[in-house]
Design a protein around this ligand. Structure first.
Ligand code: M6R
Length: 617
């Protein structure tokens, strides 16, 4: 949560920082600000405003900033202190010559604030962040340079942090630090310029050569390059920039009104790219080249545990089916935030598979730490090369969805499912659970999905009508069974986060155990009733709802006239093999949630209260 950008080099910093903040706005949009070290010297110039970047742009338009070639910027998702101008980052110390931006929570900020106040520091905000600026100022006053001052300051902070700082005492320098899982600090290597950011997205317009700070690392940048240290003061090992293959053009909205619509429509290409990265059809071969030290464990483990949060957890739930059905391995899923606190019983016999598109979700990273401490081998399914989950896990299966900018996930959901399918196939193959012919059939089936999803996206028949119906509804029940349960959960999540309509995803078999009491003519149900989703059982659920005057929108297989007649409305999906039905079934639900939100006038790319990457607990 919160977006960070820093620039130092030969160009004017302000336009680069402001463009970077627009690229980072999905990290939080409660307030935004920049601080510049003026070329003419003197204290940093700070501009910050509550609200979105447009408010900051207007403020800078009214009161222009001085020319500067070094600066930092921040877009905030509020934790401590309400969204306001005063609580917006950057924050300064008492003397105004130190300025910082921050992502994370200073858990001991109250004690630090009391201690600093006693020593005469005056605070201007209610944030935990401001204590860091005052501590840094004291550390500089006692003769440290900025890097040493940052190290000394970090040693006082409890909790996970990502921090970037400037001081007028060292023009042309910015220092960054990462402690724990408050979010990435990515170092961008340009030509005669250097950048820092919380995300690759803001760096890609300038460079593809990047390095990720590891936990407890510090970096100092100036226009010539970067030096790295660890928090104990030793030189950091192995920080080499790598060239990422992500396309900066994928950061544009193109002809679409929203990133999310673009990303929904990009799913055929994202699936094709992910397929191409993980397998070939002729010959039918899996090419999971990044499994690293986890590879031998595929043969040895006795069970699989998949963890994730939100949409990625729903993808993991589909993955569980794959491990059970294809590899015949006991498999389970867990919400990463629950798993980590439960003292889970596991060891080297359990393969832990984490799913995280960002690779930076704090709950997932903490769950991975628990798994590592238990000796469990780990593989991560991730869309962000170089991110923290890929560093903690023993091996990775990368998805090739490109940047996802909409806060609500779409293409990273379907590509994570494709990657889990590939990993389950590989597991089945090395364990001798699958013949060459079966493998070839599964590979062909997945290869066909991009085109099938593409055809689904060509026509939105019936969705506008359903969205118009849901525009005024207060609550919706989403029901699914078997592999359709995660799709019901994901459909409900998309609906609530985009349109703010209360939506509950439920196991259809559970309906009679309580939720059926809610059914009346004002409480519609979306029933996942594809050919493989235990259709006959879902037919009974639909009958029971209709018998109580409930309305049903059924998601059915093309040509299923019986169900089309039974439901009030139906959206069809093409017939596909059972294991891949989730990929087809989610498409109309993504579009339905989108259209409902659009009809209700919601901010689709930046739903209220949310941020794309959740790095605080
Ligand atoms: O980056 P991750 O995949 O780890 O993110 C996990 C969740 O925060 C995320 O999937 C979230 O639920 C979706 N953006 C909601 O659409």
């Amino acid at each position: 949560m919160c977006g960070i950008i820093a620039y130092t080099g030969s160009r004017q910093a302000a336009p680069i920082l402001l463009a970077g903040l627009r690229d980072l706005e999905y990290r939080g949009y409660d307030s935004a600000g920049v601080a510049l070290l003026p070329e003419s010297g003197g204290e940093p110039a700070v501009a910050k405003r509550r609200g979105k970047i447009a408010e900051l742009d207007a403020a800078i338009g009214a009161e222009p900033l001085p020319p500067a070639r070094t600066g930092i910027g921040h877009t905030r998702w509020a934790t401590h202190g309400a969204p306001s101008d005063a609580n917006a980052h950057p924050h300064t110390g008492s003397g105004n010559d130190v300025v910082i931006v921050h992502n994370g929570i200073v858990e001991n900020y109250a004690a630090l604030r009391a201690e600093l106040s006693e020593r005469g520091h005056a605070f201007e905000s209610e944030t935990d962040t401001e204590t860091i600026a005052h501590l840094l100022e004291e550390a500089l006053d006692s003769g440290n340079d900025l890097l040493a001052a940052m190290r000394e300051t970090c040693a006082r902070l409890a909790g996970s942090q990502a921090i970037v700082a400037l001081t007028s005492r060292e023009p042309g320098v910015a220092v960054g630090a990462r402690i724990g899982h408050a979010g990435a600090v990515v170092v961008g290597y340009g030509e005669g310029e250097m950048l820092l950011s919380s995300d690759l997205a803001a760096l890609l317009p300038h460079t593809r050569d990047v390095a990720f700070l590891a936990d407890r690392q510090l970096v100092r940048i100036d226009e010539r390059g970067a030096t790295y240290e660890t928090l104990d003061g030793s030189a950091a090992a192995e920080v080499e920039p790598r060239t990422v293959s992500l396309d900066p053009a994928s950061a544009d909205k193109g002809a679409y009104d929203t990133y999310m619509l673009k990303e929904i429509m990009e799913q055929p290409a994202a699936l094709a790219d992910t397929f191409g990265g993980l397998m070939t059809v002729e010959p039918a071969r899996l090419t999971l080249d990044d499994l690293g030290e986890a590879r031998p464990w595929l043969e040895r483990v006795e069970r699989v545990l998949l963890v994730g949060m939100g949409t990625s957890l729903h993808a993991a739930m589909v993955g569980r089916w794959y491990f059970e059905q294809i590899a015949r391995l006991p498999a389970d899923t867990d919400n990463a935030s629950e798993f980590r606190y439960r003292e889970p019983v596991l060891g080297p016999e359990t393969l832990v598979v984490s799913v995280s598109q960002s690779g930076e979700t704090v709950d997932v990273l903490e769950a991975m730490n628990v798994a590592r401490a238990s000796g469990a081998p780990q593989i991560t399914i991730c869309n962000t090369p170089g991110s923290q989950t890929t560093r903690v896990a023993d091996g990775a299966v990368h998805t090739y969805a490109g940047l996802e900018r909409g806060v609500a996930s779409s293409k990273t959901f379907t590509t994570s499912i494709a990657a889990l399918f590939a990993l389950a196939l590989e597991t089945a193959r090395v364990r001798g659970r699958i013949s060459d012919d079966e493998l070839a059939r599964h590979v062909r089936d997945l290869a066909a999905m991009p085109e099938i999803v593409g055809r689904q996206l060509e026509s939105f028949d019936g969705i506008a009508k359903a969205a118009d119906r849901f525009r005024t509804t207060q609550h919706i029940l989403f029901l699914g069974r078997g592999p359709a349960l995660p799709i019901a959960l994901e459909g409900a999540l998309k609906m609530k986060e985009l349109s703010y309509v209360h939506a509950e995803g439920y196991a259809a078999g559970e309906m009679k155990h309580g939720p059926i009491a809610l059914i009346d003519p004002t409480f519609p149900t979306v029933a996942l009733a594809g050919q493989h989703a235990l259709r006959s059982k879902i037919v009974s659920n639909i009958e029971q709802i209709r018998a109580r005057d409930g309305e049903v929108l059924a998601i059915v297989t093309e040509g299923d006239d019986e169900l089309i007649a039974l439901a009030n409305e139906a959206l069809t999906v093409p017939p596909v093999p059972a294991l891949l039905e989730p990929l087809a079934a989610i498409v109309p639900l993504q579009v339905l949630a989108y259209a409902t939100a659009d009809a209700r006038g919601c901010d689709i790319d930046q739903p209220r209260n949310l941020a794309k990457t959740v790095t605080v607990e």
